[in-house]
Design a protein around this ligand. Structure first.
Ligand SMILES: CC(C)(COP(=O)(O)OP(=O)(O)OC[C@H]1O[C@@H](n2cnc3c(N)ncnc32)[C@H](O)[C@@H]1OP(=O)(O)O)[C@@H](O)C(=O)NCCC(=O)NCCS
Length: 165
C-alpha cells in the first residue's frame, strides 16, 4: 500500500499549497502556466478562496502536503464525459518516490467515479520527465499545440495527452 494519501484540498491547506506553487513556478517553469511573479502576487487570502472551490487535489506524506493537481471535470452536457488535469506538481524531494503515482491514481479513480470517459492534459513537449511519467500512467500523445504559451516571449509547444478511462 502507498504511504501517500490523496485528498481534496480546502482553504486550510492554503499556506502549504502556496509554498509548493512558489517552488514549482521558480524551479520548474516548464510545468506551469503562471510565472513566479504572478504566483508570488497571489495572496494567501486568494489561495484560500481558490481552494474553497474544491478544484485542487493534494498528495500528503503524513500531515505534509507534498504535491498537488488541478482536476476539472467538464460540466456541459456534450463534453461532460471529459475532464482536464493540471497543474500537476510534486515537490522536488518527493519526485521519484511514488507520490506522483498515488496522486494520479487518486484522480483517475475519482474521474471514473464521476463517470468520466477521458482525462486530458497539456505538457511542454520538452518536459521529458513529465511526459515519461504520464506515458507510464497510460496517457497517449494525441497532438501537438504549437505556440501554446510563451516563456520570456519565446514560443513553447505543448503535447496534448489523453487517457481513456
Ligand atoms: C511530473 C512529475 C509530477 C512526475 O513525478 P515524478 O515523481 O518525478 O515521476 P517519476 O520519477 O515516478 O517518473 C518520471 C519518469 O521519468 C524518468 N525521467 C527522469 N528524469 C528524466 C529526464 N530528464 N528525461 C526523461 N525521463 C526522465 C524517470 O526515470 C521516470 O521513469 P521510470 O519510472 O520509467 O524510470 C514531477 O517530476 C514534477 O512535479 N515535475 C515538475 C512539475 C511538472 O513539470 N509538472 C508537469 C506539468 S504538465
Amino acid at each position: 500500500m502507498s504511504r501517500f494519501i490523496y485528498k481534496t484540498l480546502t482553504s486550510e491547506h492554503a499556506e502549504a499549497w502556496r509554498e509548493l506553487r512558489l517552488e514549482g513556478a521558480r524551479d520548474f517553469p516548464l510545468g506551469f502556466l503562471t510565472t513566479f511573479d504572478e504566483t508570488e502576487a497571489t495572496s494567501l487570502d486568494r489561495c484560500r478562496e481558490i481552494l474553497s472551490h474544491h478544484g485542487m487535489r493534494g498528495v500528503f506524506a503524513g500531515e505534509e502536503l507534498v504535491g498537488f493537481c488541478g482536476y476539472r471535470p467538464q460540466q456541459l452536457e456534450r463534453i461532460r464525459h471529459r475532464g482536464e488535469i493540471g497543474p500537476f506538481f510534486v515537490t522536488r524531494s518527493q519526485q521519484g518516490s511514488g507520490a506522483a503515482k498515488t496522486m494520479m491514481a487518486g484522480v483517475i479513480a475519482e474521474a471514473k467515479g464521476n463517470g468520466l470517459a477521458q482525462l486530458e492534459l497539456f505538457v511542454d513537449t520538452e518536459n521529458l520527465r513529465a511526459r515519461a511519467f504520464y506515458e507510464r500512467q497510460g496517457f497517449e500523445h494525441v497532438g501537438t499545440f504549437s505556440d501554446n504559451l510563451r516563456i520570456d516571449g519565446k514560443p513553447r509547444n505543448s503535447a496534448f495527452m489523453t487517457l481513456r478511462l
